[in-house]
Design a protein around this ligand. Sequence first.
Ligand code: NAD
Ligand code: WQD
Length: 337
Amino acid sequence: MKKTILITGGLGFIGSHTAVELIKEGFDVVIVDNLVNSESFILDRIEQITGYLPMYYFADVCDELVIKQIFENHQIDAVIHFAALKAVGESVEKPIKYYRNNINSLLSILSLMEKFDCSFIVFSSSATVYGDSDKFPIDETFLFKQSLSAYGSTKQFGEDILEKVSNSSCLKSIALRYFNPVGAHPSGLLGELPIGKPNNLMPYLTQFAANKLDNFTVYGNDYSTKDGTCLRDYIHVVDLAKAHVRSCIFLLEDKNVKSFDAINIGTGKANSVLELITKFEEVNHVKLNYKIGNRRLGDAEVIYGSVDKAYNVLKWKAELTLDDMVRDAWNWQVNIS
Ligand code: NAD
Ligand code: WQD
């Protein structure tokens, strides 16, 4: 019997790639998304890639009464909960909006799962839960530092809620702590769709290269790193999507699943901003006339994690390279320009 996975936020950047990988692995997929940060044509793109049109509900996951109908209409075996607002800066300005959306959506899903005896959930967490670490690589045993943004707090609270609910019920949950997701589907049909001016490095860089933005600034070259720019663990979104597939299979099939577990998802490697830019120029034969500017407030010098647990528990590791990330991100940008 095919298993059915409910993907909240399934038309977003990571959710849409995960839908494709789940379908390729033989799962049935049901998507719910309120399009607050995505567009409905992504559903057709999923069909174009896989030959399968997933069931889609336009709804707000916070609206428990509406989402209840999805659980009534489908036998949901597991949930992957992506739906959240993710702009760190905006969350500092509008914390209530972030707490309301990100926490209420999780509570709504968890109470429905309990009502409908659905016992497995994969939660989109983030390396942001660790705060500004001074030890590397960061592993899952590191204690959280106080979050500076409401967004970061919603991921810390989200994990705490999952752990407590799982400990008091038959729920089994995995929080995947992503590092820096970038890249796009190799077909060029799916990728990141930032609304307005992007904040993150890769969409900023691709939009600048496509002449959609006037200037591109590297935020600081006076850090104590190999070339003075910040280091991050960039992970290809298709690898990340596959980590969700592995998590679902593990939850549904493995007898040794803990009630709650948190797992880093990255490559375990750290690349600088200048390395990413140089790689982009080399692979795509595009010159980027960037400027060196001041440091961005709140940026950590280095962020990269240990990914041993992902391999030991999920038997997953990242396979795609920085070349793949910059090539696919550019291919997607060229296709939507
Ligand atoms: P995204 O904005 O592209 O996707 C999120 C999707 O959720 C969007 O399609 C949006 O319309 C939908 N959504 C939001 N609130 C909703 C609600 N209440 N009801 C229904 N749909 C709702 O973001 P993404 O990059 O794909 O991120 C997915 C998840 O991964 C988020 O939880 C995010 O916090 C987390 N995450 C992202 C990154 C990153 O850098 N992209 C890093 C770490 C963690
Ligand atoms: C990467 C590097 C910038 C733009 C954020 C969130 C984090 C997680 C992932 C959700 C930094 C530099 C950037 C530019 C630049 N999201 N940069 N010029 O800040 O590591 O992480 O996304 O959970 O919570 O904080 O990612 O892509 O914004 O920045 O020089 O125009 O690129 O200074 O060193 P970040 P980013």
